[in-house]
Write a protein that binds this ligand. Structure first.
Ligand code: ZN
Ligand code: ZN
Length: 348
């Protein structure tokens, strides 16, 4: 199937139109006409080569929402016309214990990310959602609930599940005390989701600039991390901290904010940190952890949760042609919303 999208053709160059082929449908495949695709910070990191060499040309995008346009002969979950979604992974072994437990993201044989890696069967490089069409095996296709607005749902597939999964893992519920470091694409979703679960949420930020935004989405307010007095005052006051900072940073200033058995989980950065101090960990039985997206069943649960609560990411809809400007904004500022590409408006 011929399709078109926007691809990076080398490191640190602008994305440009790219015509390519999607594979013929395998028996368990679903073909999707993409309606919207979110713009994730990791799209930018990946195409720039920040996380290692990439196979170019590379079409990024792993927050995909669309309509089923064809189904394989053995695919039974979806019909043509269904509203569906695809997130950060498109395949896994489906045989190991983690896959059986619905934790495909931790597949012992390695899950297949939505773009930039060889397909498990034919070795073709996977290409993401900055394109008109995608073909994905049905086990990795999610259903969009009828009452969820498709035009605002895309960022749920990465920013949403990345923050929802740790909230579930660490059993956040009514009365839990949650801190969220950074109020960007991930952070604003962490706040909304934790608030919907009944938690008391504090945003931790370098400045007070986003205080209004934080409160508008349900946070108690901002704890300014450079204000030593405020930080000392807030010591041992949180059960869970979701650290969404996407670059190398120092976690030592945040760990003392955790109460006994509290956990700081890193979700925004892959790479080195400033050297961690063990003293506050040992003295407070505090933990530092990490968390990677979420499994397929958990992502489906999240879509239902967002539909039920009518909880949406803050979206700024853009045209495919505006992607390079959007990347520039993403690289320079931490925006408390997500760009979403309207693929229905894209013709090339
Ligand atoms: Zn992402
Ligand atoms: Zn597996």
């Amino acid at each position: 199937m011929k399709t078109v999208g926007y691809a990076a053709h080398s490191e640190n160059t602008e994305l440009a139109p790219y015509h390519f082929e999607r594979r013929e449908l395998r028996p368990n495949d679903v073909a999707i006409e993409i309606s919207y695709c979110g713009v994730c910070h990791s799209d930018l990191h990946t195409v720039n080569g920040d996380w290692g060499p990439q196979p170019y040309p590379l079409v990024p995008g792993h927050e995909i929402v669309g309509i089923v346009s064809a189904v394989g002969s053995d695919a039974s979950k979806y019909n043509i016309g269904d509203k569906v979604a695809v997130g950060c992974m498109v395949d896994s072994c489906q045989e190991c214990d983690h896959c059986h437990d619905g934790e495909e993201q931790y597949c012992r044989n390695g899950m297949t990310p939505t773009y930039g890696v060889p397909d498990r069967l034919n070795g073709d490089i996977t290409q993401g959602g900055y394109s008109k069409h995608i073909v994905v095996r049905e086990e990795f296709v999610l259903r969009i609930p009828d009452n969820l607005d498709m035009s605002r749902a895309a960022p749920i597939l990465c920013a949403g599940i990345t923050t929802y999964s740790p909230l579930r893992t660490w059993q956040i519920s009514k009365g839990s005390r949650v801190g969220v470091i950074g109020l960007g694409g991930l952070g604003h979703m962490a706040v909304k989701l934790a608030v919907a679960m009944g938690a008391e949420v504090t945003v931790i930020s370098r400045s007070n600039n986003k205080d209004t935004q934080a409160k508008e989405i349900g946070a108690k307010g901002i704890l300014v991390s450079s204000d030593q007095q405020a930080m000392q005052h807030a010591a041992s006051s949180l059960d869970l901290i979701i650290d969404t900072v996407p670059v190398k940073h120092d976690i030592n200033i945040y760990v003392p904010l955790l109460d006994l058995d509290g956990t700081l989980t890193i979700v925004g950065q892959i790479g080195p940190l400033e050297e961690p101090m063990t003293l506050p960990l040992v003295l407070g039985r505090r933990r530092v952890a990490g968390s990677l997206i979420g499994g397929i069943a958990e992502t489906q649960e999240l879509l239902e949760f967002c539909a039920e609560h009518q909880l949406y990411p803050e979206c700024e809809t853009i045209k495919m042609e505006q992607i390079n400007d959007a990347f520039k904004q993403l690289a320079t500022g931490d925006l408390a919303h997500r760009f979403v590409i309207d693929m229905t408006a894209f013709e090339a």
